[in-house]
Design a binder for this molecule. Structure first.
Ligand code: TXA
Ligand code: MG
Length: 318
């Protein structure tokens, strides 16, 4: 029997009983548990095979709940929350004592956001506690943007995927921390840099591939298909070089018109928003086709193109 269901009341019940429920958000599906239940939080880590040094994002129903989670909100964090919540922005702020250390991997900061999905907002409003939710995929795998992606990963380990359809933004939230009260980008994501800078001015980016990253979403290999993936400017030339192999390609808007390859066009209209929304589903799909390689086209480095390139780049590490 399918674990996909629209029954919000059942999700409330399972979460209240310390169980996990996969929840829809506008970015990707999350694997959710009660932040105050040690049992639930431990099972998030074990279900995902996620290392304990990688902290979780706390999801709250509205800005009003922020004061329960954090002790200090810098001025620019207030501006960002007012501008973008509910939405694809995660803020990393000084945590309040009530937030368990297992959520934050022992850090004195906590990541928090108000997701912009009507079903999950309704769920959060019904719950007497916030929920922690990392993306609902095994550690290092492609994030899920459809209920079926989660079901394929976890049908034997969780009881329910709350069905909210396909995620409209399709890549994870943008994560912003604060250093001396000034915002710093820890992870590029669904909220474009330019929109953030329009609110708080120029902002520095620490979205690097570091050994011990602040946000392990920065780990070099992440969001990766099982099939070897390459990111190039000239897809046709790369296809040429790999003649004889079973090739999948991911292109932004223009077809290569080559019948020997499996091609997915991310947005025929050339919409970055649509391309981001389709990105992970396309990676999931190509990964099921038994290909030798996947060749992805590099985007122009502006707006969501920057975030899409970030995810594609991480998909190429083995
Ligand atoms: O869009 C999203 O953010 C999705 C949906 C479900 O909300 N969630 C998501 O969670 O992408 P996850 O766990 O896959 O990524 C959370 C990232 C990790 O890279 C983690 O290291 C970082 O947030 N993070 C969490 N707490 C942090 C903290 N206190 N300081 C720095 N980074 C933190
Ligand atoms: Mg993730």
């Amino acid at each position: 029997m399918s674990i996909i269901s629209k029954d919000i009341q059942k999700a409330v019940q399972l979460l209240t009983e310390d169980q996990l429920v996969a929840i829809p958000t506008e970015t990707v599906y999350g694997l959710a548990g009660n932040i105050f239940s040690e049992k639930a939080i431990k099972s998030i880590f074990s279900t995902k095979k996620r290392p304990f040094f990688n902290p979780l994002i706390v999801h709250i129903p509205s800005i009003a709940s922020l004061s329960d989670i954090v002790t200090h909100v810098p001025e620019k964090a207030k501006l960002l929350a007012a501008a973008f919540w509910p939405g694809s922005l995660t803020l990393v702020l000084k945590k309040s004592k009530t937030i368990p250390d297992i959520i934050t991997a022992g850090k004195d900061t906590v990541a928090v956001r108000v997701p912009n999905h009507p079903i999950t907002l309704e769920l959060l409003k019904k719950l007497p506690f916030p929920i922690a939710a990392p993306s609902a995929n095994p550690f290092g795998s492609i994030s899920p943007t459809k209920p079926a992606h989660v079901e394929n990963y976890f049908k034997n380990s969780i009881k329910m995927v709350l069905d909210g359809g396909s995620c409209v933004n399709g890549i994870e939230s943008t994560i912003i921390g604060f250093e001396n009260e000034e915002p710093v980008i820890y992870r590029l994501g669904a909220l474009p840099l330019e929109e953030i800078e329009a609110v708080v001015g120029a902002i520095s980016i620490k979205n690097k591939k570091e050994e011990k990253p602040d946000a392990p979403g920065m780990l070099a290999r992440h969001y990766a298909p099982k099939t070897s993936t390459f990111l190039v400017d000239d897809v046709a030339a790369e296809v040429e070089k790999n003649t004889g192999k079973k090739i999948g390609v991911l292109v932004f808007k223009s077809s290569l018109n080559n019948e020997n390859i499996t091609e997915i066009i991310l947005s025929k209209n050339g919409s970055l928003q649509e391309a981001a929304a389709n990105l992970y589903a396309a990676m999931h799909e190509l990964d099921t086709k038994n290909l030798d390689i996947i060749i992805a086209e590099r985007f122009s480095e502006f707006g969501l193109g920057k975030s899409i390139n970030d995810r594609l780049q991480r998909a190429t590490f083995k």
